[in-house]
Design a protein around this ligand. Structure first.
Ligand SMILES: *Cc1c(COP(=O)(O)O)cnc(C)c1O
Length: 647
């Protein structure tokens, strides 16, 4: 007879965990599992300092800062910026390119103030700048940027106020470039120049007809929202020439979408843009800068494939292609090499942020079925118990796959029969509950055997979902990781501790919202995806922390207040030495009062209403004064507290 205890239940090593969660593939230089079986974060310097993430989260919790948390590792952010710049420096050297790279960070990717301040600080040695796509973002960039050489690329829809601010900012020593994205922009720029008597640096955004792919594939090309077609570019050049502004047209911009997975797409776009660049020179514009936009992707699942959660190129491959293509086209046409600008948001912002949530509970129950002591009258239950008995007495050493499949099919047949009986009134609720427990037990017993024997068979594939547990997660998918819901994006998700212990089961997560879409059930799986993740048994008395990695780009700005779950705590951390860290910034989470204000509730007014309701209940003798005091105190303190659950 098969006995689970004598199998490898306790034999589990860190390398098994690495294989299960594929952290060696997506973890890059930053994330690994340490000897204790906890996730560690490395700062990727020569002396390889790293800290224990589990210990960090526990210590943060001891400070009374509770999950969900966004942890931001300053060192990782710094390293990403440095790697982007160094990749271009290497490529420029390798191809003897005769100009420099000078990137900008697109604010829309993560507008959080501390994040932008760090990017500006860490990027200053390379004169790294900012890209804005709206007037509010322009206000941020104008106030935060200090470096006079750094570019301030002004994209997006523009009105006169936007254009005039950008022109005037030049007088503060900034380096704004107003990018013409719509035909309308040209006239607004010409009018503003006349009005202010001062000229901006002008850029022009082109619509490329090169095909893109992936999620944003359809939003580019001839019909894209932004950018000018070739005939529109020609008209614009003539208008600028007529207004004595052609000398100011210095930059060509394109952007073919985010997370471009296939380097071929990038190469095609670069070739087309390079050709437009040299042609603009021939038309008499003094083209000095080329802005290759965003699109530089992240390998979320570590598979290195041109699929939507991965990329088939490295940062260095990307830089090489940009530099080599531009050099070719410029050299062939005797055009000076331009300064290369990229607007790489995702690539810079993703790695540094880890979202941590705790598990509040599970629906996982372990049913024990007493076969002999069951004297049910129901034939279906008798049959099911008999099936369970047969499964339990299977000999694991035999080749009995067809028998296993037969028994599983029997189990499902009896379950269907029981549902029909229930519908027709021949089975009561107690019996139905009993049936479901026995079916669960049959699935459990078969799983033991097929795992032991490593059997994968399509007729048995539905067993997993019957056994799958749901883990209740203390966060909101809509607030913290909206792309998993909106566009099915996959992020690496992994428990941050217990990696010396064998995961007990497979489960998905349900979040705190009462929306049935508020769940995490899409996980990386060797270049594909799967709906269940291996997790450890949840113990109510212990913390169980899960990390969502590579989540620093776009999730915070796109997150919404569904069910009124607010911003989580954000903590910035410097890794100061091995096992030591310093918290550099803490951005406190939203209280309920803050979230209610967003929707126009006056907190004092709410409180007043509750007080008055209590008073009339006291008058009607429905509540005592003591009870009313308790209710009001709870109400008041709840307003000040987190929107998330405490343990
Ligand atoms: C969104 C956006 C970016 C950033 O793209 P990533 O793929 O995140 O690097 C850059 N430029 C423009 C114009 C954008 O709209």
């Amino acid at each position: 007879m098969f006995n689970q205890e004598n199998t490898s239940n306790t034999q589990w090593s860190i390398s098994d965990s690495i294989r299960t969660y594929e952290i060696d593939k997506w973890g890059d230089k930053y994330f690994f599992i340490n000897k204790k079986g906890n996730i560690a974060i490395s700062n990727n310097t020569n002396d390889k300092k790293s800290i224990d993430l589990f210990k960090l989260v526990e210590e943060i919790q001891n400070r009374d800062i509770k999950p969900p948390l966004i942890l931001r590792f300053n060192d990782v952010l710094k390293d990403r910026i440095s790697e982007l710049n160094n990749s271009f420096i290497n490529a420029i050297k390798f191809y003897s390119y005769k100009n420099r790279y000078q990137g900008v960070f697109p604010i829309k990717c993560n507008q959080q103030k501390t994040m932008l301040e760090k990017i500006i600080e860490y990027g200053s040695e390379w004169d790294f700048g900012l890209e804005v796509g709206s007037k509010s973002e322009l206000l941020i960039a104008l106030s935060l940027l200090k470096n006079e050489r750094a570019f301030l690329i002004c994209n997006g829809y523009k009105d006169k106020n936007y254009i005039e601010m950008a022109i005037l900012a030049r007088k503060l020593g900034k380096r704004p470039v107003i990018v013409i994205e719509q035909r309308d922009d040209v006239k607004k720029i010409i009018d503003s120049v006349k009005k202010l008597g001062s000229k901006p640096i002008i850029g022009i955004r082109t619509k490329l007809s090169s095909k893109s792919s992936g999620r944003w594939g359809k939003s580019v090309g001839d019909k894209s929202k932004f950018g000018l077609s070739i005939p529109e570019i020609m008209t614009t050049v003539e208008e600028l020439r007529d207004s004595q502004l052609l000398d100011e047209l210095n930059l060509l911009h394109f952007h073919i979408g985010s997370q471009i997975s296939d380097i071929k797409i990038i190469k095609n776009a670069l070739q087309e843009a390079s050709q437009i660049f040299v042609e603009l020179n021939k038309l008499g514009a003094h083209m000095k800068y080329i802005d290759v936009g965003g699109g530089l992707g992240i390998d979320y699942d570590g598979s290195k494939t041109p699929t939507s959660n991965s990329t088939n190129y490295s940062l260095q491959n990307y830089a090489n292609d940009v530099v080599a293509t531009l050099k070719d086209y410029c050299d062939q046409n005797n055009v000076d090499h331009p300064i290369i600008i990229s607007e790489s948001g995702r690539s810079i912002a993703s790695h540094c942020s880890v979202l941590i949530f705790n598990v509040l509970g599970t629906n996982n129950e372990n049913y024990e079925i007493n076969i002999k002591g069951d004297n049910s009258n129901s034939l279906i239950i008798k049959n099911l118990l008999d099936t369970l008995n047969q499964i339990k007495s299977l000999n694991t050493d035999d080749d009995n796959l067809s028998k296993i499949i037969e028994l599983w099919n029997d189990t499902k047949k009896f379950k269907d029969d029981s549902l029909s009986s229930f519908r027709l009134g021949y089975m009561n609720l107690t019996e139905r509950a009993h049936v479901e427990k026995i079916v669960w037990k049959c699935a459990k017993e078969i799983t033991k055997i097929i795992e032991y024997k490593n059997i994968i068979h399509s007729d048995l594939s539905d067993i997993k979902s019957i056994l799958a547990s749901i883990y209740y997660a203390n966060f909101s998918v809509f607030k913290s990781i909206p792309d998993t819901w909106a566009i099915n994006q996959i992020f690496p998700i992994i428990p941050i501790h217990r990696h010396t212990e064998k995961p007990a089961l497979e489960a998905s997560f349900a979040d705190l919202t009462c929306d049935s879409d508020g769940k995490l059930n899409n996980f990386i799986d060797k270049g594909n995806s799967k709906s269940l993740l291996h997790l450890h048994r949840f113990n109510k008395d212990e913390d169980y922390f899960i990390g969502i990695f590579l989540s620093g780009a776009y999730q915070e700005p796109l997150g919404n207040l569904h069910n009124l779950f607010g911003n989580t705590n954000i903590i910035h951390i410097d890794i100061t030495s091995s096992e030591d860290y310093k918290i550099t910034n803490m951005i406190k989470e939203d209280s309920k009062a803050e979230i209610l204000k967003v929707f126009d509730y006056n907190v004092d007014d709410l409180l007043e209403r509750i007080r008055l309701k209590c008073e009339s209940a006291i008058n009607n003798k429905k509540i005592t004064i003591a009870e009313s005091k308790k209710l009001i105190t709870q109400f008041e303190s709840s307003l000040r507290e987190s929107t998330y659950l405490s343990k």
